[in-house]
Write a protein that binds this ligand. Structure first.
Ligand SMILES: N[C@@H](CCC(=O)N[C@@H](CS)C(=O)NCC(=O)O)C(=O)O
Length: 209
């Protein structure tokens, strides 16, 4: 399988999951401007939306949408329970993936885009409200308590953007501790390093050196 990515983008979430699961997934960067893949193809022919992540299966099929890709990967190694096996845990993870995709990922990413500069204060207010809500359910080490799941990897990646988009993560000590906790997982560190991202001195974020 091949996973098409941009450095540090939302594609880092399925990248982390592939490493946590020990799957044989080749990481293929895509040039943001030219849409050429590092293996010499036109990315728009693979995903006409131009979005990473996209996962190319060994039979050539393309899986799109980060939330779907991580669930697909987790299903290849169900014993790892990165999506819980029990129906309650599973539905909570599915709700979280949907919430993170629509309520956190989108506005956090828009805050990095010049086209949204005029409404950046509104976006920051909305994100803060959503993070206030999410923080109330972070009582243990991870969103589901002590069990690391695909939702944690996704949230970790989106929160890492707050070093660049003006969202002040220090308002939520719980999320700062979460960043440090997830960022210490060996497979997470390996995926970050593979994308050229390293711990920032004295902080909770990961960035190019
Ligand atoms: N709905 C898609 C959105 C993916 C998305 O927003 N990807 C961004 C990176 S985080 C992207 O590829 N943007 C196009 C670009 O930067 O050129 C998903 O959830 O997978």
């Amino acid at each position: 399988m091949k996973l098409f990515i941009h450095q540090g983008a939302c594609s880092l979430s399925p990248h982390i999951i592939s490493r946590e699961l020990g799957l044989d997934v080749e990481i293929v960067p895509v040039d943001r401007k030219t849409h050429r893949t590092a293996d010499g193809r036109d990315f728009l022919a693979l995903n006409p939306d131009g979005y990473v992540p996209a996962l190319e299966l060994d039979n050539g099929e393309i899986v799109i949408e980060g939330a779907a890709i991580v669930q697909y990967l987790a299903a290849l190694r169900p014993e790892a329970e990165l999506v819980p096996a029990d129906p309650r845990g599973r539905r909570i993870v599915q709700s979280l993936l949907s919430f993170i995709a629509t309520e956190i990922h989108k506005p956090m990413a828009q805050l990095l885009m010049p086209a949204y500069a005029a409404i950046s204060d509104t976006l920051r207010t909305v994100v803060a409200k959503r993070l206030d809500g999410l923080a109330t359910r972070l009582d243990g080490s991870y969103l589901l308590g002590e069990q690391f799941t695909v939702a944690d990897a996704y949230l970790f990646v989106c929160l890492n953007w707050s070093q660049w988009n003006g969202v002040d993560l220090s308002r939520w000590p719980k999320f700062e501790a979460f960043m440090q906790r997830v960022g210490k997982r060996p497979k997470v560190l390996a995926a970050l390093a593979e994308e050229g991202l390293f711990p920032r001195a004295g902080g909770v974020f990961f960035a190019p050196r």
